[in-house]
Design a protein around this ligand. Structure first.
Ligand code: PLP
Length: 504
């Protein structure tokens, strides 16, 4: 279907909701706060008097997410038109819900699915629900910047040849640093085998709306694409989209699955935010993302001439192989100033009141979006210049940051260098349903993990349930204890415990 500019300016669900509220019906239905009158005044004040009246769920005239025939159906159809898919679905449990639904709709118990080792932890729920066997591909690793770039078509071809029980492929694009693999080539390859490709494009919902951004996975022919619209598309946190196209994924099974996994009381605040954000992207996306690209290029150029700090460039990414970079993602290292990414982020927070998206031992990642302008970028640039100036005046200890990974190697380095091929004892589902207990870290080597362990962000599991703890992993987890990094899947005082299989 062609992009319909007049229709894209409409917001059928938001309009229906506003009209409903204007009718002023006296509510004897849920939610119990009744437009904010029946809850803490503090909440009404914090959200603004206009917000809680919009917090409704299915009432006559507002359609039903599980059987859309009115305003939700129209809003979803406009999303499909804007993103170029055959069908699009509103998600009220983030990209997580969409990825789980996609896996559950494509796989049977016992099927194998090919996916990169640096996939986000949200796919694990889908693997457990489906009873699928993950076959991990090692992503190509960038040693200077210290993070995984992604998988190549050659790696996918190897996986396809070695695993006859594969029934689907899941790809991550872009990763947290904005790097995009060659989705088009991988999709073409997978389709030769008749396999559907699911793309976790949680961080790439803006791609269809500006020609200087990487090609979107829908345009590249992927069968199911999940967009965390809240991450980069302007909708409210937790709202997301799932797109489907082609013949390889059964549309009815996918819809049935979404209905199984999603709440029967979907938040209209979340859903109207999807409707409005789609309209914004379709009507203003090109101009506003064009501005964001321009602002990001400006800071990249500035950092290129500033001694001590560097920002990853699209050219560097392209030189590493078949990869592209979302130019609005800024990956910045201060290693020449003797600063880890964590330290640089901390200096920005404490010294300049700036919070970035993520930091690790190597870099920090900052997002430039339509929410930025010359003044926000000026503050970030000024702060980085001040930190660089300050550090250059100091007699810096040689921290071994010029090319070699730092001594306190990063969590992403570890996951890839050491864990690309861990011993596997059983599927994630088998491990999930087995008896488990918590043990101190020193007791873990040789034991089977009951859950996943992942630094957050970026949420890339170092171990999946059903895999065996190695001494190296335990040494690493012991070393990072108390360093202030957040780990999902570790417990106890100073996070000194992990969950293993076995009776209590
Ligand atoms: C690559 C990737 N996929 C999926 C998700 C899950 O998204 P959500 O938080 O919207 O459920 C995240 C979250 O950070 C992510 O980074």
């Amino acid at each position: 279907m062609r992009f319909d500019e007049t229709e894209q300016a409409k917001t059928p669900l938001l309009t229906a909701l506003l009209e409903h509220v204007q009718r002023g019906l006296l509510p004897f239905h849920m939610p119990a706060h009744k437009a904010g009158r029946g809850t803490a005044a503090l909440l009404t004040q914090a959200l603004g008097a206009g917000t809680l009246p919009l917090d409704l769920t299915e009432v006559p005239g507002l359609d039903d997410l599980h059987r859309p025939a009115g305003a939700i159906a129209q809003a979803q159809a406009l999303a499909a038109n804007a993103f170029g898919s055959e069908e699009s679905f509103f998600l009220v449990n983030g990209s997580t819900g969409g990825l789980q639904a996609a896996l559950l709709a494509c796989l049977q118990p016992g099927d194998a699915v090919l996916l990169p080792r640096d996939a986000h932890r949200s796919v694990l729920g889908g693997l457990i629900l489906a009873g699928a066997r993950p076959v991990f591909m090692p992503p190509r690793y960038e040693s200077f910047w210290g993070f995984p770039l992604g998988v190549t078509a050659a790696e996918v071809a190897r996986g396809l040849a070695a695993n006859p029980r594969l029934r689907a492929i899941l790809l991550l694009s872009p990763n947290y640093h904005g790097v995009v693999p060659d989705i088009k080539e991988i999709v073409a390859l997978a389709h030769q085998y008749g396999l559907p490709v699911i793309v976790d494009e949680a961080h790439g919902a803006h791609f269809p709306f500006h020609p200087e951004l990487p090609m979107s996975a829908v345009a590249a022919g992927a069968d199911v694409v999940v967009h965390g619209l809240h991450k980069v598309g302007g909708s409210l946190t937790q709202s997301a989209l799932l797109h489907r196209q082609g013949q390889l994924v059964d549309p009815d099974r996918l819809k049935r699955t979404l209905t199984l996994l999603q709440s029967t009381s979907p938040s209209y605040l979340l859903m109207v935010s999807l409707d409005a954000a789609r309209m914004f992207l379709a009507t203003e996306g090109r101009a506003r993302w064009g501005q964001a690209i321009h602002l990001a290029e400006g800071i990249r150029e500035r950092l290129a001439s500033l001694k001590g700090l560097s920002c990853l460039t699209p050219g560097e990414v392209r030189s590493q192989g078949p990869f592209q970079l979302d130019p609005t993602r800024l990956t910045i290292t201060g290693r020449e100033l003797g600063l880890t990414g964590l330290e640089l982020a901390d200096r920005l927070r404490r010294g300049f009141g700036i919070e970035v998206e993520m930091s690790d031992s190597y870099n920090l990642v900052a997002l430039v979006t339509p929410g930025d302008d010359e003044s926000t970028m000026g503050r970030l640039t000024g702060a980085l210049e001040a930190i660089a100036g300050e550090r250059r005046g100091m007699d810096l200890p040689q921290s071994g940051f010029s090319g070699e990974p730092p001594a306190n190697f990063s969590e992403t380095t570890f996951s890839l260098a050491e864990l690309a091929d861990p011993p596997v004892a059983m599927t994630p589902r088998e491990a999930h349903f087995s008896p488990s207990r918590k043990v101190p870290l020193p007791e873990a080597p040789g034991r089977i993990a009951a859950g996943f362990i992942a630094p957050y962000p970026p949420g890339i599991p170092l171990i999946y349930p059903g895999e065996v703890f190695t001494q190296k992993l335990v040494d690493f987890l012991t070393a990072v204890r108390g360093q202030g990094l957040r780990y999902h899947g570790m417990y106890g005082e100073e996070e000194g415990q992990v969950e293993i299989l076995g009776d209590r």
